[in-house]
Design a protein around this ligand. Structure first.
Ligand code: AMP
Ligand code: MG
Length: 403
C-alpha cells in the first residue's frame, strides 16, 4: 500500500498537458490559456472623460464656488465615439460625455452636477484639479504588456480582456476526454427496470459529472459484465479518449478483473492506496493511455476520482494549480480511527461566532452517497492520527468554495 501523496505523485508523473487548440474567445471560458497574451494597444487607447460634464482648463476654474461661479463659453457638445473639432482655450469649455476623447487644450472635467448651462455659456460652481475625471491613455494597460499569463484559468474578466486586446480567438489547452466504464453483473442503467439483486449504475453519472466539473469531456461507455472478454471489448472503445476510468471490479476477493486486464493489456503502475474510503485503486497505462481502476462503492469511486483523476485531468488541461483549496475548521465532534490510512470524511461546514466549524455529513460508509450530496468539504484526517477531539482543528478540502 502506498500513501495518497506518493500515489498522486506517481500518477501525475505519467501525465502531460494535451496540445493546444484555437477557439473563439467565448468558448474559452473555463478553459486554460495555452499562450501568453499581450495587448496590441494602450487601454484606454486615448485620454478620455470619466464623467459627463464639461472639459475645461483647470486653471480657469480654480476659484469657482457655488456663490461665485466662473462663467465659460461652450464651444460644442461631444459624445462618446466622436472627437471634438475645437480646442479649449482660455475661458472656454466643451460639453463632454463619459468616454469621449479629452479635447485638446482641456486638462480636467467638471462633473455636470456642479454646472448650469446658460444658452451659449455654462456656470461652473466648483474647481477641478489638473487631470480630474480624466482617464489617460494606457492607464489600465500599456501596448505590449502581458495581460494574461500562460496557464491561466479563463474567467469572464479575461474574456473581456481578450476582446479589449483585439483577440477574436485564443489558444487554450484541449479538454481531456474521459471514458468511463462501469463494471458489474449487478448493474442496470438508469431508466431500465430494477430486477432482484440489481442496482442502478450511478457511478457512471457521478464520475461523468466530476469530469464535467473540471471542464473535461466525459464519454460514458456503459456497463461491462464481470467477464474478461466483455471488459476488454468495452475498454477498447475507450482508447480514443485521453483518460480511461473503470469503476468496480478492483476489490480483493472480487473477480479482480480490472487489475488482471490492466496487467494483461498494459502496465500496472500502482495498486492500493493508504486511504479511506478508496483503498482499492489501480492505476496503469494501457496502449499509451492512463487507466484508473476506481473502486465500485459510490463514494469510494468519487473520492478516488477527486484525489487522483481530478488533478490528472487538470494537469492534462494545462492547469498549474492541481489540488483543491484547503482551509482549517474546528471539528464539532469526536472521531476515532485506525492508524495507517488517511481518511477523507464527508463534512458540512458552518460559520459560527466568526469561526469555521465542521461536522460529519452523515454515514461515512463507502457506499453512502447521501452524505456526499450533503457535504461541502472533505475533512482530511492524517495517517498517524487515531483520535480527534471536539474543538480540534482539521483540514477541510473545499468541494465548492467557502460556505
Ligand atoms: P466492486 O468493487 O465491483 O466489488 O463493487 C463494490 C460495490 O460497489 C458493489 O457491490 C456495488 O454495490 C457498488 N457498485 C459497483 N459499481 C457500481 C456502479 N457503477 N454504480 C453504483 N454502485 C456500484
Ligand atoms: Mg463488481
Amino acid at each position: 500500500m502506498i500513501s495518497v501523496d506518493e500515489a498522486r505523485e506517481r500518477i501525475l508523473s505519467e501525465i502531460t498537458p494535451l496540445p493546444p487548440e484555437e477557439v473563439p474567445i467565448l468558448d474559452a471560458l473555463g478553459r486554460t490559456l495555452a499562450e501568453e497574451v499581450r495587448s496590441d494597444v494602450d487601454i484606454p487607447p486615448f485620454d478620455n472623460s470619466a464623467m459627463d460634464g464639461y472639459a475645461v482648463r483647470a486653471a480657469d476654474v480654480e476659484i469657482a464656488t457655488a456663490e461665485a461661479p466662473v462663467v465659460l463659453e461652450v464651444l460644442e457638445d461631444v459624445a462618446a465615439g466622436y472627437v471634438a473639432t475645437n480646442r479649449v482655450g482660455e475661458g472656454q469649455a466643451i460639453r463632454i460625455m463619459t468616454g469621449a476623447p479629452l479635447p485638446e487644450g482641456a486638462d480636467g472635467i467638471v462633473m455636470v452636477e456642479f454646472t448650469e448651462r446658460t444658452g451659449s455659456g455654462v456656470n461652473i460652481f466648483k474647481g477641478v484639479r489638473k487631470g480630474e475625471s480624466v482617464r489617460y491613455a494606457g492607464e489600465d494597460v500599456r501596448e505590449g504588456e502581458v495581460v494574461l499569463a500562460q496557464g491561466k484559468l479563463l474567467k469572464p474578466g479575461d474574456i473581456g480582456m481578450l476582446a479589449s486586446t483585439g483577440r477574436a480567438a485564443v489558444r487554450v489547452f484541449r479538454q481531456p476526454r474521459v471514458a468511463i466504464l462501469s463494471t458489474g453483473d449487478e448493474l442496470v442503467d438508469v431508466g431500465e427496470p430494477l430486477a432482484p439483486g440489481k442496482i442502478r449504475n450511478s457511478n457512471a453519472y457521478s464520475l461523468a459529472a466530476q469530469a464535467l466539473e473540471v471542464s473535461a469531456i466525459p464519454v460514458i461507455l456503459g456497463i461491462a459484465r464481470d467477464r474478461r472478454d466483455d471488459l476488454v471489448e468495452k475498454l477498447e472503445k475507450g482508447l480514443e479518449a485521453d483518460i480511461l476510468i473503470t469503476s468496480g471490479g478492483v476489490s480483493v476477493g472480487d473477480y479482480d478483473l480490472v487489475k488482471q486486464v490492466l496487467a494483461e493489456q498494459g502496465e500496472m503502475l500502482l495498486w492500493k492506496v493508504a486511504m479511506k474510503p478508496g483503498k482499492p485503486l489501480a492505476f496503469g497505462i494501457v496502449k499509451g493511455k492512463p487507466l484508473f481502476g476506481l473502486p465500485g462503492y459510490p463514494t469510494s469511486s468519487m473520492i478516488s476520482f477527486d484525489q487522483f483523476v481530478r488533478p490528472a485531468i487538470l494537469k492534462m488541461g494545462g492547469r498549474k494549480d492541481l489540488l483543491r483549496p484547503e482551509i482549517e475548521a474546528i471539528l464539532d465532534e469526536r472521531i476515532t480511527k485506525k492508524q495507517g490510512r488517511r481518511y477523507f470524511l464527508r463534512g458540512i461546514l458552518e460559520r459560527r461566532d466568526g469561526e469555521l466549524h465542521a461536522k460529519l455529513a452523515g454515514s461515512q460508509k463507502s457506499g453512502a452517497l447521501k452524505s456526499m450530496t450533503l457535504a461541502d468539504a472533505l475533512l482530511v484526517i492524517g495517517e498517524e492520527v487515531t483520535l480527534v477531539e471536539p474543538g480540534e482543528r482539521v483540514t477541510a478540502q473545499l468541494l465548492y468554495g467557502l460556505p
